[in-house]
Design a protein around this ligand. Sequence first.
Ligand SMILES: Nc1ncnc2c1ncn2[C@@H]1O[C@H](COP(=O)(O)OP(=O)(O)OP(=O)(O)O)[C@@H](O)[C@H]1O
Length: 624
Amino acid sequence: MTLPDTATTPAGADRTFQVDLRGLVDLLSHHLYSSPRVYLRELMQNAVDALTARHTLEPAAPADAFGVRLYADGSVVRVEDDGVGLTEADVHTFLATIGRSSKRADRIAEQRGDFIGQFGIGLLSCFLVADEIHVLSRSARTPDAPAVEWRGRGDGSYSIRTLPASARPRPGTTVTLTPRADAGEWTRPAQVHALARHFGSLLRHPVTFDDGTGGRGATARVDGPGVSVNPEPAPWARTYPTPGARSRALAAYGEEVFGFTPLATIELNLPAVGLKGIACVLPEAVPAGRRHGHRVHVKGMLLSEQAEEILPDWAFFVRCFVDAESLRPTASRESLYEDDTLAAVRDALAERLRDWIARAAASDPDLLGRFLQAHHLAVKSLAVHDDEILRMLLPWLPFETTDGHTTLDEFARTHRTVLVTSSVEEFRQVAAIASAAGLGVVNGGYTYDRELVHRLPEIRPEASVADLDPATLTAHLDPVDRETELAAAAYLAQARDALAVFDCDVALRTFQPASAPALLVDSREARHERTRSQLAREQEGGLWGDILGALRQEAPRAQLILNQLNPLVRTAVTIDEPELARTSAEALYGQAAMLSRRPLRPAESSLINRSFLDLLAHALRKDS
Ligand SMILES: Nc1ncnc2c1ncn2[C@@H]1O[C@H](COP(=O)(O)OP(=O)(O)OP(=O)(O)O)[C@@H](O)[C@H]1O
C-alpha cells in the first residue's frame, strides 16, 4: 500500500487506500498459491464462469454451443471463451478493481453458487508469469456495445480503449499473456496442454488446446481447431454395458489417478450437493492416522489433489476422487472452505463408507476378509466410537492372543474368560506361561485393542472379559504342595529381602515350560508407582518429595515367580549359605527381567553385573 499524496488532499478529508500491486502479487505468489502454474487454472475458471453466465443469459442454447479455446505457441498463452463478455463499464468495475467480482454482485446473488470464482483476485495470478495481461472482450448482454481492449500491468497501471465491433465479431473474451523469460517452465505449449488437462479434464463445457502447429506439434491429434482437453465425461457419468464393466472401469480410472490397484471402489453420490465420485480402497495397510489427500473437483475444475477435509480421520483406508457443485473453495482455490456444507458432506461420505463396510460384512465375506486384513486398524478406530460397526465387525477383527493371531469370536469360543493385558510388554511376559497354564490372553497393548476386547460381552453375552494383572496370573498357576513350600520358606524369605529394593515379591509355583526358571510379572503402572515412591523417599522433606508423596496410590507389586518344575530352582531353594542364596535370587530376578524385554533400570543392570560376578567368584572359589 502506498500513502496518498498529502499535499493535494485537504486536511480532515476522507482518503482512499492505495494498493501496491507488486506487493500484492508477491503476497499471492508466496503465500496464497502453491505454484505459478495456477495462472492457467484461474484463466480457465474465469472462462468457464463466463460460459455459465452466458448460458443463463441464453438458456435455450445447446450445452456445447459455447466453448473455451486455449492456445500456446511458446511466445504467447491465450485463453479465449464464448462467454458473457464485458462492456467497458464492466472492465472498469470488475477487471480493473481488485477484490471486486461480478460473481458476487447483488443482481445475481442467487446464482452465486453457479460460479467457481467469487473473490475478485484470481486474474492477478497471471502476474506470476507475465508482466502484462491483455484482454479483448465483447459483451453478450449488450450486443451493440463495442469491443473493449484492456491492458493491465504488474506495476498497477492499466489502459483501456474501445475497438470497432469487427475487432471481435462475436461475444466473449480473449485473455493473452506474453510470458516473462523466467516463466517458460509454466508456459511452454506442452506444459500448458498438460496443465489444461490436469485442471480441466472434468469440465463440462468444450475446451480445446492448440499449440499453433496445426496438429504437427507435440500435442499430436487435432480435431478441428485444437485437441480436446476434456474429450470424455467423468468416468462415473459414462454409460457402461454391465455393472461389472462399470466397476472395472472405475477401478481402472482409480488406478490411473492414484497409482494403485484399488482393493475395491465405492461409488459416491450425494445429490443434495451435486457430488459424484469414487472412493478407492487402498490395497495395503497404511500407518494409522496418516491422512490421505483426496482429489476434489468443484464444478469440474480441479481444486485440490490433497484435500483432507472431505473425510473423517478414520477413513484413512480410502482415497477419493470427487466432483461437487456446492463446495466452496478458499481464495487460494487449493482447499475447501470449512462451512456447514463441508461438514455435512463429510458426514454423508462417512456414512457411505460405513454402509459399504456393512454390506461387505453381510454379503461378501471374501471381500471383507481382504479388507480387514489390510485395514483392521482403521476399522478398530471406527468401532471404538461406532456401536453399529462394533456390533457388525468386532467378532471378525484380528487380535494377538495366546492362540496366535485370531479373531475374537474364535478366541472366545475356546476361552470362557478372555484375559487382556494392558501393555504389549505384559503380554510378552506372560504369553508363553499363561498359554501353558491354559489361560486365554489377548494382547491389549495396541491402540484400541484393550477397549475393544472389553466390549466383547456386549455382542457375545456369554463371554466374560477380565484384565490380567500379576495377581490373576499367579492365582492361575499351580501352587506347590505344603512340604515343598515349607522347605523353600527360608530361601524365599532371603530372596524377598534381597529383592525388596525393587518392591518385588517372590513366590514359588509350578508352571510350564519347565525350562523357564522364573517369571517376572510386573505392570507398567506398578513400575511407575515404584519409581515415584522411591523418588518421594529420596526427596523427603522437600517440596517435590511432598508432591510425590501426596500422589501415593496402591499399585500391585512386581512378582518373581520361581518355577518349582525347573531343576535349577529346585537346587536354589535348598541353598543354606545366605550370601549365595541372595546372589542366586538376584541372578534369577535379573534373568527374568531381561527375558521380559522391557528396558532395564540402572539399578537392575548393576544387579545383573554384580550377581554374575559374584556367581563367577563363587564358582571359582569352589573349584580352587
Ligand atoms: N473471461 C472472462 N469473461 C468475462 N468476465 C471476466 C473474465 N475474466 C474475468 N472476468 C471478470 O473479472 C472479474 C475479476 O476476475 P478474477 O478472476 O480476478 O476474480 P473472480 O473470478 O471474480 O473471483 P476469484 O478471485 O475467486 O477468481 C470477474 O468477476 C469477472 O467479472
